[in-house]
Design a protein around this ligand. Structure first.
Ligand code: DC
Length: 223
């Protein structure tokens, strides 16, 4: 491995995105938002009229994905570009998230995105956010963290995020969606969502962002 890696895995809404950004900024390391790659593959498929079950066509889309992450000023998350088009907000919709969960279940799509993810491990280091960062993509990572939280709390967080993005959704529908997506991510044959054997599991239910960050910094071994 070319640079030190800290992996942060866990289900949707466990707080990975926020914590990954804060940790990467604090360490001055690169960041990999692997979920964005699955979301971009899904968006490219939706735009190109590719069936979400056409594994070969989706893998080829994933392999050729023209994706770019542009750092934003201040504390804003990076802008995400697909073929030069800013799709930062579009990939965060529930439609795109649901399609991403479907394409992420396909082994050929996962294989197509593997090397692209590993290429993010550059000096001085990488904080990688996903579902299989510690189990499959970076099995030799120096520190592996798995964040969890109750389904209700994760739905509440997602609800607030979507409201901030100006999307109107029902909380009850979100709880059902989150549970269905978790089930699919956990039970798929290809790289299912699960903590690596050597991962440190942190339950973020009821914790503030600062409290989670303190525990994650300690677990990362970079304090
Ligand atoms: O983290 P996210 O919500 O942006 O991820 C979108 C989807 O992609 C989610 O259903 C899980 C899947 N995913 C995955 O299977 N493996 C990853 N490393 C990251 C995301």
């Amino acid at each position: 491995m070319s640079a030190p890696v800290v992996t942060i895995d866990g289900p949707s809404g466990a707080g990975k995105g926020t914590v990954t950004q804060l940790l990467a900024r604090r360490l001055g390391w690169h960041l990999l938002d692997s979920g964005a790659l699955y979301r971009l593959t899904a968006l490219a498929a939706l735009r190109g009229g590719v069936e979400l079950a056409d594994e070969a066509a989706l893998a080829s889309l994933a392999l050729g994905l023209d994706a770019a992450f542009m750092p934003s000023p201040g504390n804003e998350p990076a802008r995400v570009l697909l073929s030069g088009d800013d799709v930062t907000n579009e990939i965060r919709t529930e439609t795109c998230g649901d399609a991403a969960s479907q394409v992420a279940a396909l082994p050929a799509v996962r294989a197509a995105l593997l090397q692209r993810q590993r290429d993010f491990a550059q000096a001085p280091g990488l904080v990688a956010d996903g579902r299989d960062m510690g189990t499959v993509v970076f099995p030799d990572a120096g520190a592996k963290i798995f964040l969890t939280a109750s389904a209700e709390e994760r739905a509440q967080r997602r609800y607030r995020q979507l409201l901030d993005l100006g999307q109107s959704v029902k909380l009850s529908a979100l709880v059902a969606d989150i549970e269905a997506r978790d089930e699919r991510d956990r039970t798929r044959a290809a790289s299912p969502l699960k903590p690596a054997d050597d991962a440190q599991v942190i339950d973020t239910t009821g914790l503030s962002v600062e409290e989670v960050l303190t525990q994650v910094v300690a677990a990362s071994g970079q304090a």
